[in-house]
Ligand binder design. Structure first.
Ligand code: ADP
Ligand code: MG
Length: 704
């Protein structure tokens, strides 16, 4: 057995858990490889490979009891068989049972032998999902087995787990492998990594029992509760998973804090001059958050601070003030934004504010190529004080002279990895830059504690004075003409309007086309108003020209794709129409709507929708009508969609839990935090083992 180098001090559970799966009896290289694809390399990975769902084969339902959507087991006698060839080959088998009802089984893929086997009079045990067909309930491709004429079907005495699997690895196979691993589960005391006194204090039940239960729930288990992940056994596991994530984020953060960072600050002269030049005064919230940041970056330890503030709360100027502190201290600043449009806008704001102070601002985006790029890179390397750009800032070949502060706007669109990549541009020995992260997606508190445990959080919880809340209504697309009339009237009153096209297509080209169509429609309908168009396929110069014209009031209406979603700032625009609003998520709707309501004029938002509305879409539009409060919207979003999406990190997998669900399990977090800090302080070794257990394979790959 290819043993890992274990220290003799390691306990038995750790040793059994670390055994490679290939060492289990009956597991050959092919099977081990398939398991490896699922990230299952060690015996303990199998212990923690939890069922996706359960099937109840402990009992037989009568056909009369069936309801659409249920996955159940039925026993019946074949009454009729029909082979059809309309459109595609099809085998239809009607079975009946003692409840004197008939259930139709449909097969689209079948062998001739199979068709011949299913003769009238044969008894079958069938398992599948009942669904509503044209003529009553049916099951498509159910699993089935023939029963001998007088044999009683053998029932399972436990619920059947269904595991996440991969090609070539059937449920039977993976279930039996997991059974082998479970046979090696050590005793409770040996398996448990959470110190008993802490576990007891928080009423944690036995981990061993919890694992055995979720892998093999008894026949009388509450399936509904299990499916929702609310069973105490699952909650016990969710607790441990959340604890592990919390501990690993805290450790990451501690590791960063042990490093050094440049002390940023000077006499505050630049700050003073910028503030004097602004046409407004900072709000109390801006002042407070700006002070938090100034205090942080004046320390020789790296700042990791998230500034969250609703759309329009004025995060940009807070970022600019931080940048000035770095400039005064002779360090460079990188400001990264997720879209080119937003980055361009930051560039303009920064140049407008900082040029009077004789501070140079460099531009670096993907579209800066060739000689211009070479020159930009040379200036960055030579120490230009401030560089604004997109993810192009993180690419290879970009080298800073003295990067002291990294500012990332709209963080939820970047993963942690990307954030770290930019930070690493500033590594000098053990010195790292400070990091300031701005987000307009207000993050519900529970989520912030967990997802951003590696960051400090400041909130700009106050909007600049004089803003009037946006009035929002939802209107069916059937009344589109009325809406266009309304725009016409608004334009004649000198108001400016966004018309947002929201085609959700992968291709920028299709999105652009949809916007062009709307542009043509509106141009024709609003003959005496100037209608502009902006979309992602246009050149930066063209986009800029259009934005400038809109800002200057030369265009009355701006037809746009969702490129304007983040950051675009035209205070005079006071009406927004969002097409197909039913397709967008709450966060995106809120971002879009945040483009209006920026001036003193009362603003309106029209959510055009295509009926009929689904339940979720209806709820979303209702939330949008009810509130302008980003925090409430984010809470609601979390409820409706789940945290991965709220944070926009689904792809990066940063928050993909195996069992925990932040929305569902938020009530566990306070205890998770307490146990977490105790363990880090007094049981670092066990904390390490927890990470190894839960993060295991994924982490090992990530560090590779
Ligand atoms: P966001 O937080 O959405 O990034 P911005 O920084 O773009 O917000 O600011 C939105 C608008 O509010 C800008 O036009 C900005 O100049 C203005 N603004 C920022 N702070 C104040 C303030 N204290 N008083 C008045 N207007 C402000
Ligand atoms: Mg912004």
């Amino acid at each position: 057995m290819p043993a890992r180098p274990n220290s003799p001090a390691m306990d038995a559970s750790h040793t059994a858990g670390l055994t490679p799966v290939a060492a289990l009896p009956g597991i050959g290289p092919a099977l081990a490889e398939a398991l490896g694809r699922l990230g299952l390399e060690r015996v303990q990975d199998l212990w923690f490979h939890l069922p996706l769902r359960y099937e109840d084969r402990t009992r037989i339902s009568t056909i009369a009891e069936l309801r659409a959507g249920e996955r159940v087991q039925v026993q019946g006698v074949v009454e009729a068989v029909e082979r059809g060839f309309r459109y595609r080959p099809q085998l239809k088998v009607a079975i009946g049972d003692d409840s004197r009802q008939t259930l139709l089984l449909r097969f689209f893929h079948f062998h001739r032998a199979q068709a011949e086997q299913l003769q009238p009079g044969r008894r079958l045990l069938v398992f599948g999902e009942a669904r509503q067909g044209a003529h009553g309930l049916e099951m498509v491709h159910p699993q089935y087995q023939r029963l001998a004429d007088d044999a009683e079907p053998s029932m399972e005495d436990r619920l059947t787990p269904v595991y996440p699997s991969t090609e070539g690895l059937g449920q039977k196979r993976i279930t039996s492998v997991i059974a082998k691993a479970l046979a090696l589960l050590p005793s409770d005391e040996q398996l448990e990594l959470i110190p008993p006194e802490l576990g007891a204090a928080h009423g944690l039940t036995s981990l061993r029992d919890a694992l055995m239960y979720v892998h093999r729930p008894p026949a009388d288990a509450h399936v509904g509760q299990l499916m929702l992940g609310r069973h105490p056994a699952q909650q016990r596991l969710a607790f441990e998973e959340l604890l592990t994530q919390h501990i690993s984020l805290k450790r990451m953060r501690a590791a960063v804090r042990r490093r050094h960072a440049p002390v940023l600050g000077g006499d505050g002269g630049l700050r003073k001059r910028l503030l004097e030049g602004l046409p407004f005064q900072l709000t109390g919230a801006q002042q407070r958050v700006s002070d938090d940041v100034a205090t942080d970056i004046a320390q020789p330890r790296p700042m990791l601070r998230l500034v969250q503030g609703d759309v329009g709360s004025g995060k940009t100027v807070v970022a600019a003030l931080a940048a000035l502190a770095a400039t005064e201290a002779g360090h460079q600043v990188a400001l990264m934004a997720p879209t080119e449009l937003l980055a361009e806008q930051h560039l303009r704001n920064f140049r407008q504010w900082l040029q009077p102070l004789d501070i140079e601002v460099e531009w670096l985006a993907g579209k800066v190529v060739g000689k211009a790029r070479q020159q930009a890179l040379a200036r960055v390397a030579a120490g230009v004080p401030i560089v604004v750009g997109t993810h192009a800032l993180m690419q290879e070949g970009v080298a800073f002279a003295r990067l002291g502060l990294v500012i990332v706007d709209e963080q939820h669109r970047f993963g942690v990895q990307q954030r770290l990549a930019l930070r690493d541009k500033g590594l000098e020995g053990d010195q790292v830059p400070h990091q300031l992260v701005l987000t307009a997606t207000p993050i519900p508190r529970t989520l912030a504690m967990s997802a951003y445990a590696d960051l400090d959080v400041s909130s700009i919880d106050e909007l600049p004075p004089g803003r009037t809340p946006v009035q929002t209504i939802a209107i069916s697309n059937g009344r589109r003409i009325e809406v266009i009339e309304r725009i016409h009237a608004a334009c004649r009153e000198g108001r400016q309007v966004y018309w947002v096209c929201t085609l959700i297509e992968e291709s920028e080209q299709l999105r652009a086309q949809a916007a062009e169509v709307a542009h043509a429609e509106l141009s024709a309908a609003l003959m005496d108003c100037k209608v502009g168009l902006i979309h992602g396929r246009m050149k930066p110069k063209e986009k800029q020209a259009v934005m400038d014209a809109f800002k200057a009031g030369e265009l009355a209406v701006l037809v746009a794709t969702t490129v304007i979603e983040v950051g675009v700032d035209v205070p005079n625009a006071s009406l927004m129409v969002i097409e197909n609003s039913e397709r967008l998520g709450l966060a995106q709707l809120h971002q879009l709507r945040g483009r209006v309501g920026r001036g003193a004029v009362a603003s309106n938002c029209v959510l055009l929708y295509q009926p009929p509305l689904g339940q979720l879409a209806r709820e979303r539009l209702q939330v949008m009508r009810d509130t302008n409060d980003g925090f409430r919207i984010a809470e609601k979003d979390l409820e409706l969609r789940g945290p991965g999406e709220v944070l926009g990190t689904r792809q990066t997998g940063q928050l993909s839990f195996r069992i925990a669900d932040l929305a569902r399990d938020a009530h566990l977090l306070p205890a998770v935090q307490q146990v977490g800090s105790e363990m880090l302080r007094h049981h670092p070794k066990r904390a390490e083992q927890l990470i190894e257990r839960w993060v295991g394979v994924a982490a090992r790959y990530a560090h590779a």
